[in-house]
Ligand binder design. Structure first.
Ligand code: AMP
Ligand code: GLY
Length: 396
């Protein structure tokens, strides 16, 4: 039996492991969480030399890829650190898009407050300012007026806005449209699109409240063929650009798009799967997902597939998320029949305890979208913890 190691501890990692387990693999997680234990083994690795013990290693988040976990390791499914710059550095990725004629918002790079002021003057409000490096989803500021943009942008540059994040910023033209997550599997040469999904980023029902890592998702999202071809063109240009720059890329490639008048613009590249997009992607068609990943891992030909089911993921979050989630509450399941992926959950003396902002992902699957949605919401009734909240409008 082939041994797979999933790196990470969120719902995304639980979902990937669940799909591989169902396909007959022996699954381990590093470090995993209280839910991944139902699917495989949680292991503690004190150093990455031990990655050789596994046939396939799949890093869930960008963190390890940017640090080079895939460099010179053939068994890691993901780009090496040169490819991971697409996500690890916003300046690199915007300049990459410019070099290869990939549609994106107009932009400037600013390294200090004088350059920031000059850059902002060339745009209209609202102003979009992005940290260059990884900032755990907090690195994008949207400011309504010039003085707010100057104040926050300057703080972002000098490291006083987000702890541990400083340096140059990208100032982007604000794009108005609708967002779509387009994710493909790349086999080192070609790509195959995964089903399109929609992520709900704001915390509360009706798109209110602060931005989060994602409060739910559904898929497949149906789009017209014209737009689909335009998106394929964006992936094609991206892979061509990588080849021209001698960057080998094998793994997942996630393009966050803003669709403006039916034209896709790249907001960001991610070098991994999304969370909660993955929970939806794997449950729509687990076997096909695994089959394509394994083929791409072996540099074999891959093909786009079409799931027969819709899937809906409603995130159950803990009060205070995203800024300051309450932790430590006991999680009680009133039945064993629920379908959840676990995220911020830990085990303490045999009890399940809230240990993060996004706690559980409630999943509904059906051939009909409305029914999949109903199932995801019905499923929520089988669990409770104090301070639990969720959006009422996922997939509506
Ligand atoms: P990013 O991490 O670059 O995807 O940005 C996070 C979020 O900020 C996106 O999902 C968008 O909602 C918003 N955003 C980023 N760039 C722009 C832009 N140029 N125009 C409008 N909204 C943006
Ligand atoms: N859900 C957005 C992300 O994974 O980046």
């Amino acid at each position: 039996m082939k041994k797979v190691l999933i790196i990470g501890s969120g719902g995304r990692e639980h979902a990937i492991g669940w799909a591989f387990k169902n396909a007959g693999f022996e699954v381990s997680f590093f470090p995993g969480n209280a839910g991944t234990k139902f699917v495989g083994k949680n292991v503690l690795l004190d150093n990455f030399d031990r990655l050789v013990e596994f046939d396939i290693v799949i890093p869930g988040s960008e963190e390890f890829l940017v640090k080079g976990v895939a460099d010179d390791r053939r068994n890691v499914f993901g780009p090496d650190s040169s490819g991971a710059r697409l996500e690890g550095s916003k300046c690199f990725s915007k300049l990459f898009m410019q070099r290869h004629d990939i549609p994106t918002a107009k932009f400037s790079i600013a390294k200090n407050s004088v350059e920031l002021e000059d850059a902002l003057k060339t745009f209209q409000p609202p102003y979009v300012i992005k940290a260059d490096g990884l900032a755990q989803g907090k690195g994008v500021i949207i400011a309504e007026n010039f003085s707010e943009a100057m104040e926050k942008g300057t703080k972002l540059i000098n490291g006083t806005l987000i702890s541990g994040v400083s340096g140059p910023v990208v100032v982007d033209e604000f794009l108005k449209g609708w967002e779509l997550s387009a994710i493909a599997i790349v086999n080192g040469k070609d790509f195959a699109l995964l089903p399109f999904t929609k992520d709900y980023k704001r915390a509360f029902t009706g798109n209110a409240g602060p931005n989060t890592g994602g409060m739910g998702a559904y898929g497949p999202v149906r789009i017209d063929n014209n737009l689909k071809r335009r998106i394929e063109d964006v992936f094609g240009r991206t892979l061509d650009g990588l080849k021209k720059e001698n960057i080998n890329y094998r793994g997942f490639l996630y393009i966050g798009l803003m669709i403006v008048e039916n034209e896709p613009y790249v907001l960001e590249y991610n070098v991994r799967l999304g969370d909660p997009e993955t929970e939806v992607i794997v449950t729509m068609a687990p076997d096909k997902f695994v089959e394509n990943v394994v083929k791409a891992f072996s540099n074999e030909k891959i093909k786009e597939y079409y799931p027969e089911n819709y899937a809906v993921d409603v995130v159950l979050a803990s009060k205070g998320y995203p800024d300051n989630p309450t932790k430590g509450q006991k999680i009680e399941f009133v039945s064993n029949n629920g379908f959840f992926f676990f995220a911020g959950v830990k085990e303490n003396n045999g009890e399940l305890i809230v240990n993060g902002g996004r706690v559980l992902h409630s999943i509904g699957i059906d051939k009909n979208l409305e029914k999949a949605r109903e199932k995801a919401y019905e499923n929520i009734k089988t669990v409770h913890f104090e301070g639990m909240f969720y959006r009422e409008d996922i997939a509506k």
